[in-house]
Design a protein around this ligand. Structure first.
Ligand SMILES: C[S@@+](CC[C@H](N)C(=O)[O-])C[C@H]1O[C@@H](n2cnc3c(N)ncnc32)[C@H](O)[C@@H]1O
Length: 364
């Protein structure tokens, strides 16, 4: 339909000066207004999440892959309402996700590119799943988590997150594929950062669908590897590739009980953050028991630095309080866990703020 930009005609052509009409520097009133504005933006931050989930759900970025389009053209392609879609895209463009030009056409931007389904580092699945009720409602009950010291998810659903996911095949599939999408962006960085030339075998413990294992085996043709995760998760593995034939196996099980024994390297990527300290130590001890004396453990996590700056580890920590009973940790906290699990940390690599690689060897 026409007229997806009813507000365009009313837009003022006057460009405001940085200090307002009179050019005076901002006084106390302007400073107060700025504070109010900033706090209101923070308070309403959830509408950015909702807008992003919506754009991902309707595959708007896919519809822009061949060039810019108006909101009406996009609405027709996505089978949604034109004027509402226009308002959504105009809002997202304020954060650099899509860009509107003077003809009212929307363009892909660097921030919109990962919303494409087949983008090299696509985050579409990840973003969509984070809009599902289990995450969204849990976030809305963060106050319960803070009041009681347990996750909002358990307060709402009465069971731990992974039990719930295991019982809901559709959600499980969507969650695992979203983790894979997120991991895809980091697996190559991790596989690249660590020198596996001395190792012949690797086990990826809680390895999800095997994205990291695949990245390691692709770069190291001399290695074999085992993917280890819950049976329902390894069933959806991504290892069936011609270049990996004969070099991998996938095994379902419980990392609190046992993991495949005898490998040179054990990977534990984004697993410890999902569990409280006591469970982390149990997982680490299981790995330690399975490992030969010369074995090495690579624990990959976002590590929270000191100070007030934003960091992915701090954001993941909030996610943990809402959904999983885990926590974001500092380097010292991770080192303490590894020590309690029977390891000595020998070095830390930092290929990405999302993925510090802590290399550890058996302590005895
Ligand atoms: C946050 S995901 C990380 C997955 C993968 N390592 C990655 O980085 O994408 C945690 C993984 O632990 C697995 N997991 C949870 N409980 C488990 C258990 N008891 N035994 C084995 N794996 C488990 C989940 O299925 C999930 O794949």
């Amino acid at each position: 339909m026409a007229g997806a930009r009813p507000e365009a005609a009313a837009v003022s052509k006057t460009t405001p000066t940085p200090h307002g009409a009179g050019g005076r520097p901002p006084g106390p009133a302007a400073a107060e207004q700025a504070v109010t504005g900033e706090l209101l933006e923070l308070a309403l931050g959830y509408v950015y999440s909702a807008a992003l989930h919506t754009a991902a759900r309707f595959a708007i970025a896919d519809h822009l892959a061949d060039g810019p389009r108006t909101a009406d053209e996009l609405a027709e392609a996505a089978q949604v309402d034109g004027p509402y879609l226009y308002r959504l895209l105009r809002f997202l463009a304020t954060k650099g996700v899509f860009r509107e030009d003077e003809e009212g056409r929307f363009h892909l931007t660097p921030l919109a590119e990962p919303l494409r389904t087949h983008a090299e580092r696509s985050l579409r699945d990840y973003i969509m799943v984070r809009g599902e009720a289990v995450f969204w409602e849990s976030a809305g009950h963060l106050h319960e988590a803070v009041r009681t010291g347990t996750t909002a998810f358990e307060h709402l659903y009465g069971v731990p997150f992974y039990d719930h996911v295991a019982a809901d095949a559709d959600l499980g599939k969507a969650f695992n594929s979203s983790m894979a999408a997120f991991s895809e962006t980091l697996s190559n960085d991790v596989a690249e950062a660590f020198d596996f030339s001395d190792a012949k075998s690797v086990v990826d413990v809680g390895g999800g669908r095997g994205g990291l294992l695949r990245a390691v085996l692709r770069r190291n043709a001399h290695m074999t590897g085992t993917l280890f995760d819950l049976p329902s998760v390894v069933a959806g593995h991504v290892l069936d590739l011609p270049e990996l034939v004969g070099r991998w196996s996938a095994q379902g099980g419980d990392f609190f009980t046992s993991v495949p024994a005898g490998a040179d390297v054990y990977l534990l990527k984004h697993v410890l953050a999902s569990w409280p300290d006591e469970e982390c130590v149990r997982i680490l001890r299981t790995c330690r028991r399975a490992m030969p004396a010369h074995g090495r453990l690579l624990a990959v996590n976002a590590m929270i630095p000191a100070g007030n700056e934003p960091h992915p580890g701090k954001t993941i920590d909030m996610l943990m309080m809402t959904v999983l009973n885990g926590k974001g940790r500092t380097r010292a906290e991770y080192e303490a866990l590894l020590t309690a699990g029977g390891f000595t940390v020998v070095r830390v690599l930092e290929p990405s703020p999302h993925a510090s690689v802590m290399e550890a060897v058996p302590a005895d």
